[in-house]
Design a binder for this molecule. Structure first.
Ligand code: GTP
Length: 235
């Protein structure tokens, strides 16, 4: 197995599937099955999921809402997705623990790094909800931070595209995909991988990011089996 411990970052928006809003159960279950498939190989899995299918702090600000207020609402949105994912994983027979960066004891354990690591060692999937618990940070930043804290070997960023391209493949037919690219080149070329805070955290802590298409079932397993899936960003 290529990696011993991974942090999987899932997009909230992808959870919508074909719906306009909320959670598509077919997509949710497909994610759960993909995660089950890799758990069976013995890899330790931690997950951060976004909340954009339910609420976006940035858009709330455009509508006149205080940014901080909107960001906290976004963190609650990630908890809804985290709970949905936890439930889908458990109904597929996977042991999970949900930890929240904002205390909500009745629903989730509080985030305690050492407990999270213990859960992973025992083969439980650990879901980190409520982002970093702070406004002005994205769930990509939460994913980077948690991955570094638990000493994950890599962040797997599940998206709807199959990697990083030289240009937007939807707009530019000549765009080609990178198999591998350095942090410095991503920065120099102005390519969009993660926001700068998240990106810098990964670069400075030498944590590789793999951007891949999570909506194609089997991709996650293939990636962990060492097949060429997605684009790896590293130093
Ligand atoms: P080990 O002691 O390593 O075996 O971990 P464990 O998670 O099985 O033990 P623990 O007694 O901490 O937790 C038992 C169950 O209670 C698990 O499902 C936890 O997710 C849950 N749990 C633990 N702490 C909290 C909490 O503060 N709030 C909520 N809602 N659940 C909790």
């Amino acid at each position: 197995m290529k990696y011993k411990r991974i942090l999987l970052k899932l997009s909230g928006e992808s959870l919508m599937g074909d719906k306009q809003f909320g959670i598509d159960n077919v997509r949710l279950n497909s994610y759960a099955l993909q995660i089950k498939e890799i758990c069976e190989t013995g890899v330790e899995v931690a997950i951060v999921i976004g909340g954009g299918n339910i609420f976006r702090g940035v858009q709330a600000e455009e509508g006149g809402m205080d940014r901080t207020h909107g960001d906290y609402m976004g963190m609650l949105a990630t908890m809804i997705n985290s709970m949905a994912l936890q439930s889908a994983l458990e109904s597929n027979g996977i042991n999970t623990r949900l930890q929240s960066a904002i205390e909500m004891k009745e629903i989730a354990e509080p985030y305690v790094r050492r407990k999270a690591v213990r859960h992973l060692e025992k083969g439980r999937v650990v879901i980190f909800g409520a982002g970093t618990g702070n406004p002005y940070f994205t769930t990509d930043s939460a994913a980077s931070l948690r991955a570094i804290e638990i000493e994950a070997d890599v962040i797997l960023k599940g998206t709807r595209v199959d990697g990083i391209y030289t240009a937007d493949p939807l707009k530019d037919k000549t765009a080609t995909k990178y198999d591998s690219i350095t942090f410095d080149d991503v920065y120099r070329k102005g390519l969009q991988v993660m926001d700068m805070t998240a990106f810098t955290l990964c670069k400075e802590n030498d944590l590789p990011i793999i951007v891949f298409d999570m909506d194609t079932p089997g991709n996650l397993k293939r990636l962990l089996d060492g097949e060429k899936v997605g684009t790896i960003v590293q130093n």
